[in-house]
Structures are given as structure tokens and as C-alpha cells.
Design a protein around this ligand. Sequence first.
Ligand SMILES: NC(=O)c1ccc[n+]([C@@H]2O[C@H](COP(=O)([O-])OP(=O)(O)OC[C@H]3O[C@@H](n4cnc5c(N)ncnc54)[C@H](O)[C@@H]3O)[C@@H](O)[C@H]2O)c1
Length: 353
Amino acid sequence: MTNTIRIGVIGAGSISEMHLQSYKKNPHAELVAVCDLNEERAQAKAGKHGIPHAYTDYEALLADPEIDAVSICTWNDSHAAISIAALQAGKHVLCEKPLCRTVEEALQVERAVRHSGKTLQVGFVRRYSANTRIVKEMADHGEFGDIYYAKASCIRKLGNPGGWFSDIERSGGGPLIDVGVHVIDLCWYLMGRPKVKSISGNAYKKLGNRANVRNLAYYKSSDYNAERNTVEDMANALIRFENGASLFVDVSFTLHAKADELTVKLYGEKGGVELEPELTFVTEKYDTILNMIPQINNRSFDFTAGFQDEIDFFVDVCNGVKPTLSPVEDGVEMMKMLCGIYESAATGEEIRF
Ligand SMILES: NC(=O)c1ccc[n+]([C@@H]2O[C@H](COP(=O)([O-])OP(=O)(O)OC[C@H]3O[C@@H](n4cnc5c(N)ncnc54)[C@H](O)[C@@H]3O)[C@@H](O)[C@H]2O)c1
């Protein structure tokens, strides 16, 4: 039987809008509460979406026994504490990426999931998008053979969002933990989640937030403030896996680059695939190399549809219809990779697991 899942959304900033709109469109979800430290923001979201309860304290929201599940859309520094409190209150959790800021926090969340018997879905939204599902199905059927190399870039020439994003206390890091997490996860997931063997990473703080730049617009956080900037502005890493495969990634909030760049490419023994910027398959048939272009609605990541797919999946998970595609264990592995990159960058040494 499909029940109506009653939802609370904690954190009412930019990304919460995607969660709220997607829950509203899901026939088996009902939005009952929203919470933000900023009371005006919580009230505004409640008013806009017709949500009956608005809170400023997440503990008060979690105390409502009517709520079955929560989305956590707060700054990264509260992801672990709110996830653990929600699980202990008997709620399923959809926690925005990154799962948290450190491996220690991730392991605490993982323990809370085990004790609670509830599900925590990590907000690796790109796993849920149509294009990733197409590639995953092919990879699982061996279309690419053994995937032994992957390469991902998420380069912003100018795009330090400021505010909490660039305050390491609240974010845990800069572009690596913010946007690198998406592309590293995509590659790792499609490679079949191999075990990490070693990591060599570099992080640079050379350009600052470049709030001085004029005549070029870019995304800024809800509470934009350029004063504090304690995160890297660029990072890169080479991750080696136990099965011999490797992944190279580079990411930036700002870089003297000609243009922004988003690429996700995987190379296997039987074929290759570019997931971004446009889904394209590469293979060889009868001694000829083919670039194959699928006939699909959108050959890149569709933000709105991706969130709808993620939320629809989560509501099904809450109803016990299927297991999540992005369990807490994968969030823990991702924190090991991200923190491994930062540690390697800080020590100037390769990290071995
Ligand atoms: N999946 C994606 O593509 C994607 C995109 C953007 C952001 N995110 C993630 O979503 C989260 C929020 O990002 P955002 O861009 O919406 O930031 P934001 O600054 O716009 O909103 C965050 C909100 O959380 C509130 N908040 C912080 N701590 C709180 C607490 N303890 N209790 C209640 N409210 C609290 C803040 O007041 C703010 O309104 C981050 O973890 C970010 O990494 C994910």
C-alpha cells in the first residue's frame, strides 16, 4: 500500500526550493513543515508553498510525530547533527550533499542509520537523472567493458558564492566539497564503486574570492558576504583504486580560465562515454570508431527533472517500495575521498588507504 509521506524541510535557502517544488508535485508526499534559522525565510517559504508549520529550531520540527521524513538543506556544518537527530526521532532523511564535513562525522551518521533502521539518502542528485540511469544500465550490462579511467572537471572561472560556502567552518571546504563531490561521485558510481587505494591531491588558494571583478555576473549564496574566504579556490586529484582504475578530477571556484567547464568522461575496454557536457558514446565496430549520440530529451543534466527524480525516488524509499540509490555508506566513502584529497594537499604526500 502506498502511504502519504509527511515531509519537513530543514533549511529554507536556495536549494530548498527544488525540494519543495518536487515534493509538491509528488502525489504521495505532503509538505507539513519548514524550518530555518532565519525566521523570515522560513515563514516566506511556508507562505509561498502553503505549508502549515514554520520553525526556527529543527528540534521542534523533529518533535512532531506526524512527520515521517525530512530533507536537510542547511549549511554543511549542521548536516551530521540534524541527520542524527532526525534518525533518532524516527524520520527517514534526505540529506543534501556533502553528507557532512569529516569522515568522523560521516561514521557517526552511519551508526545512527544502523541504530534507527531508517534510511538516509545522500543527495547525490545526479545519480537519479535520466542520463546517469541510461549510462548506469549500460555499464551494468558490460557495454563499456572494464572502466579503467575517468576524468571529471568542474571549472568556474569566476564563481566563489561567498557567505557560508567560503567559510571553512560551515562548509568544510571550497569547490572540492561543494561541486567536486558531484562529479567525483558520478565517476565513482558509474565505475562500480571500486575501493580507494591511494590519493594524491593539490589545493590552491591563489586568487581569493575576486569580489573585485565587475561586469560579470555569477551565483552568490543566500547570505552573500565576501569578507571571509578560508577555502581553496582550486583543487585537483588523482585517485587510484584497488582494481587498478584511476580517476582524475579538477575543480575551481575561480581560475584564470577562458570559460567554465563541466566534463565527466569514462573510458572502458569496450567503449567510452561522455556524460557531460553532452551525453555521447564512443565505441569501435568492424574496425571503425563510432561516436554515438542518443535520441533523448536532454543530453546534459536537467536540474529540475533531476531533483524531481531524486525526490520521487526518496518518497518511494520512505514507502518501502525500493532501496535508495545513494545510501549512507556511499556518503561515507565520498567523505574518505574528499578528506583524503584535502589531507594529501595539506601534507604534500600521497595518502594510502
Ligand atoms: N544538490 C545540489 O545540486 C545542490 C545545489 C546547491 C546546494 N546544495 C547543498 O544544499 C545545502 C544548502 O545550500 P543552499 O545553496 O541552499 O544554501 P543557502 O545559504 O541558500 O541556504 C541554507 C539555509 O540553511 C539555513 N540554516 C543553516 N543552518 C541551519 C540550522 N542549523 N537550522 C535551520 N536552518 C539552517 C540558513 O539560514 C539558510 O537559509 C548545502 O549543503 C549545499 O551543499 C546542493
